[in-house]
Design a binder for this molecule. Structure first.
Ligand SMILES: NC(=O)c1ccc[n+]([C@@H]2O[C@H](COP(=O)([O-])OP(=O)(O)OC[C@H]3O[C@@H](n4cnc5c(N)ncnc54)[C@H](OP(=O)(O)O)[C@@H]3O)[C@@H](O)[C@H]2O)c1
Length: 329
């Protein structure tokens, strides 16, 4: 089988395409013939050694994908999955999914796809849809009628906006370019602020106070985290869930000491692991139904696996406006 291998944590240049034998599933494991896998910011961070998993190289990257179970090891759950179309996670048993075949544990490594869902969308049904659903669930559980969100023109940001509108949560969107303001407004977003504009901090302050916004989800980090914290009223919180700026969080301690503001974090894996199995399955089934509308990802281009380096270059050059997928065979 053809596999993309990362030989050191030094970026896309350290990727090579190799041929390896197809692995065999063990007890409670299945063999998935992988169809598609998206390029996500977490994959770029993985290539550079900045992500939360850092196994010794060489590793096979690829944080999520879709495919069909073509063989099952011993175990009832493994037999249940045999022949089914699945989404597969790129962590745990078997590692990443930038590979023609991958072995996955039936305990969290594969999830059944809705019959009507194309494998292209199925490949993007774990990370962003589950995160968008979680953000709106966290907002609603905390009684928040409005939340702020950075890198809001991302695929995830578009999902949070659509879901927020359908569930009555106002989104204060923060983007970094004027074209992204127009892009989100054309999709129906009401409040979109450009962090590169003069006057941004005042506009953010006004929007947060007018909408009684005490919760922000921040994908950028660096100085932006501190700006969000400053803009919101007392007793607010910024939840940092990525570091697209690759900068350390910068925030004035006085905001935390004297205004009772806080910074915490969100990572999907541990968040899901801390929910009950029932709640996780409910989230999954609900998200599967919502993928054709609120949780759909636009696709910009599909590359064959052996063109992974070119695909990454293309993705880096234009992250807004649709996902790049890898096709495994
Ligand atoms: N913690 C978690 O569990 C979790 C789960 C899901 C997603 N995420 C995070 O959510 C974010 C969005 O993911 P996605 O897949 O939806 O992304 P995506 O569709 O690939 O889009 C990435 C977006 O980030 C913007 N961006 C890149 N660098 C930036 C910077 N330094 N400052 C501001 N904006 C920047 C891009 O804008 P340009 O076009 O201007 O470059 C683009 O709009 C990522 O950071 C990802 O890691 C985290």
């Amino acid at each position: 089988m053809t596999v993309a291998v990362l030989n050191s944590y030094s970026g896309a240049d350290a990727l090579s395409i190799e041929q390896r034998p197809v692995p065999k599933p063990g007890k409670n494991e299945v063999l998935v013939k992988v169809a598609f896998s998206p390029l996500n910011p977490s994959d770029l961070a993985t290539l550079e050694g900045h992500y939360g998993f850092k196994n010794p190289t060489p590793i096979v990257p690829g944080g999520e994908g879709s495919g069909e179970v073509v063989a099952a090891g011993p175990g009832m759950m493994a037999s249940y999955f045999n022949g089914k179309r699945v989404a597969c996670a790129g962590w745990g048993t078997g590692g990443g999914v930038w590979s023609e075949y991958v072995v996955k544990s039936v305990k969290g490594g594969v999830l059944p796809l809705n019959k009507s869902l194309p494998l292209e969308q199925g490949a993007m049904s774990i990370i962003n849809p589950q995160t968008a659903s979680s953000f709106i669930a966290i907002a609603k559980e905390g009684g928040h009628k409005a939340i702020a969100l950075t890198a809001a023109a991302s695929s995830l940001g578009q999902m949070v906006n659509k879901l927020g509108r359908s569930e009555g949560v106002q989104i204060i969107n923060v983007v970094r370019r004027e074209a992204q303001v127009d892009f989100l407004k054309a999709q129906g977003a009401e409040i979109v602020l450009n962090s590169s504009e003069a006057g941004f901090e005042q506009e953010l302050h006004d929007a947060c106070h007018q909408n009684n916004t005490h919760l922000a989800f921040d994908a950028v980090a660096g100085p932006l985290t501190g700006k969000l914290l400053k803009a919101m009223p007392e007793n607010s919180k910024v939840t940092v869930f990525s570091a697209l700026s690759r900068e350390a969080i910068q925030a004035s301690p006085g905001l935390m000491i004297f205004e009772n503001k806080a910074i915490d974090s969100f990572w999907l894996g541990p968040y899901i692991s801390n929910q009950s199995v029932l709640k996780t399955m409910r989230l999954w089934k609900r998200a599967q139904k919502q993928i054709p509308n609120h949780l759909k990802s636009n696709i910009r281009k599909i590359y064959p696996l052996h063109e992974v380096k070119e695909a990454i270059r293309d993705y880096r050059s234009q992250m807004t406006g649709g996902k790049i997928l890898l096709r495994m065979s």
